[in-house]
Design a protein around this ligand. Structure first.
Ligand code: NAD
Ligand code: IPM
Ligand code: MN
Length: 367
């Protein structure tokens, strides 16, 4: 029998609320599709700090290294704002990404037809949109040395360093080209080669890797112009590859093309393990949303779609992934909306749990 092991880290704020809805989907697959998952659960972020004094216990880190896939809700919140930087909730997530070496962060932005009027942009600009941002996740200014706050003369200086090696650029570029080959065969690489040496190297290495993918149409754009083009005419893009910080910004921007940050899933993938599957962590792009936490208002779709990505990339269950995505689409087409997606006349919001139940009902209907 195939074993499928999952480590669930719900985290803080709305993390546990949206993860409860993913649990329903996991249970449904076990009951109705005979697909059992070995699920364990643990702490990450502020809740881990509250219990252990660290946002990620070594035992949790070790478990994450062993499972087929990690599912994470969200970390952080105002309660932890004054903690020392080294134990902030976000450090737990960054440690997971770094130690699992999850260098390719796939952030698809897809606009479901039923939501085309929820984007801050015109329907024409976003309807049918289906782009994939590949964000480098384990290097760049997030991790470069030197870093810190230092005394310099009679004042302090805050330092972070943008640093990329050729091999780091090479491997994320290959991941992006591979995806482009399976999609529309177009790749746009974004950096700031006009002002940053790391950008010059980035462009050079991506171009070199491109020689191995003659079928993919490669273009380059400065990241600031890329942000402008993403809002002007996002459908010009298929796959975008960019660094850690630009990717963070551009993917939040892309979220609004889909209607809500509560819609955007992500997969963070590393090199293949012995069993051929990539090391992987799946999480929604959004954070712990302290402003709505504990109120049953959170949209669970980003987290549910992140699990669908796990089905596709970690468990070779593309058909089941499509079934989950289809159920989400059907629920939205019927007009169900969590509070982040309101605006239509006469529509009142459903709760997080009601949205999850509606997805399950559509899964039942798909059989
Ligand atoms: P956020 O994504 O938590 O929230 C931004 C806005 O989007 C808020 O108004 C929120 O209510 C709304 N929103 C987000 N997800 C939603 C959902 N599923 N349904 C409905 N509305 C949703 O970003 P923030 O406020 O900048 O950050 C809050 C905390 O989360 C911070 O501590 C930050 O560091 C952390 N954070 C964590 C992650 C992560 O765990 N991957 C990602 C981003 C931010
Ligand atoms: C994200 C978040 C994280 C990041 C934080 C919480 C560390 O914003 O996943 O997009 O900056 O990468
Ligand atoms: Mn972010």
């Amino acid at each position: 029998m195939t074993t499928r092991s999952l480590l669930i880290l719900p985290g803080d704020g709305i993390g546990p609320e949206v993860m409860a809805e993913v649990r329903k989907v996991i249970d449904w697959l076990g009951a109705k599709r005979d697909l059992a998952f070995e699920v364990s659960e643990d702490l990450v972020g502020g809740c881990a700090y509250d219990k252990h004094g660290t946002p990620l216990h070594d035992d949790t880190m070790a478990k994450a290294q062993e499972v087929d896939a990690v599912l994470l809700g969200a970390v952080g919140g105002p309660k932890y704002d004054d903690l020392d930087f080294s134990v902030k909730p976000e450090r737990g997530l960054l440690r997971l990404r770094k130690e699992m070496d999850l260098f390719a962060n796939l952030r698809p932005a897809q606009c479901f037809d039923a939501l085309a009027d929820f984007s801050s942009l015109k329907r024409d600009v976003v309807s049918g949109l289906d782009i994939m941002i590949v964000r480098e996740l384990t290097s760049g200014v997030y991790f470069g040395e030197p870093r810190g706050i230092f005394e310099e003369g009679n004042e302090r200086v805050g330092i972070n360093t943008q640093r990329y090696t050729e091999s780091e650029i090479d491997r994320v570029a290959r991941a992006a080209f591979d995806l482009a080959m399976k999609r529309g065969k177009k790749l746009c690489s974004m950096e700031k080669a006009n002002v940053m040496e790391s950008g010059i190297l980035w462009r050079e290495v991506v171009t070199r890797v491109g020689a191995d993918y003659p079928e993919v149409e490669l273009s380059h754009m400065y990241a600031d112009a890329g942000a402008m083009q993403l809002t002007r005419w996002p459908k010009q893009f298929d796959v975008i590859v960019t660094d850690n910080l630009f990717g963070d910004l551009l993917s939040d921007l892309a979220a609004m093309l889909t209607g809500s940050l509560g819609m955007l899933p992500s997969a963070s993938l590393g090199a293949p393990m012995e069993n051929g599957r990539p090391k992987a962590l799946y999480e929604p792009v959004h954070g712990s949303a302290p402003d709505i936490a504990g109120q049953g208002k959170a949209n669970p779709i980003a987290c549910i779609l992140s699990f669908a990505m796990a089905l596709r990339y970690s468990f070779d269950l593309g058909e089941e992934a499509a079934r989950v995505e289809g159920a989400v689409e059907a629920v939205l087409a019927k007009g169900l909306r969590t509070a982040d997606l309101l605006g239509e006349e006469g529509v009142s919001p459903v709760s997080t749990a009601e949205m999850g139940d509606a997805v399950i009902a559509e899964l039942d209907a798909s059989l």
